[in-house]
Design a protein around this ligand. Structure first.
Ligand code: C2G
Length: 133
């Protein structure tokens, strides 16, 4: 039986923290499916549009070696539907989401992984926009 793992994220200004959570998620099963947050979802969630469009972010994530399939995550409320549709056995998220998806433990395993320290899209955007020092 193939074990399907799912994870979700915006993956904007792709960095090593994103790569590591994807690599570690893949180790929980045989097949990794990644939901990439829609631009509109990001605006509603974070109050700003991502630097890279959903098509670009989708293309980057799809090209990663541990990733078998990608799709656009249109709404946080559809998570149960996505997990069911993709027949997920495992949901993996960074621990900034700890406890937030425990309601899905009735249909799959739910794991939260420690975030990679000292790197974030927000910090990168600030660093880049502040220019050379
Ligand atoms: N991440 C990490 N270490 C970092 C930064 C991010 O492990 N230093 C992880 C996050 O915990 C998350 C994934 O990378 O699991 C993607 O992070 P974001 O792009 O910030 O995802 P987010 O906007 O939180 O979207 O349905 C859930 C949302 O789509 C998650």
């Amino acid at each position: 039986m193939t074990r399907t793992v799912m994870t979700f994220g915006t993956f904007d200004v792709f960095h090593v923290g994103h790569l590591r959570v994807i690599q570690r998620a893949a180790e929980f099963g045989d097949r990794l499916v990644v939901g990439v947050s829609a631009d509109a979802l990001n605006v509603s969630k974070k109050g700003r549009a991502p630097v890279f469009s959903e098509a670009e972010r989708l293309e980057i994530v799809a090209a990663l070696k541990p990733v078998d399939a990608v799709f656009i995550e249109e709404s946080l409320e559809l998570k149960r539907t996505y997990l069911t549709e993709h027949r997920a056995d495992v949901l993996v998220m960074g621990d900034d989401w700890a406890g937030r998806f425990d309601e899905f433990k009735d249909i799959c395993e739910v794991h939260y992984l420690p975030r990679t320290p000292a790197i974030s899209t927000t910090a990168l955007i600030e660093k880049i926009s502040s220019g050379p020092v």
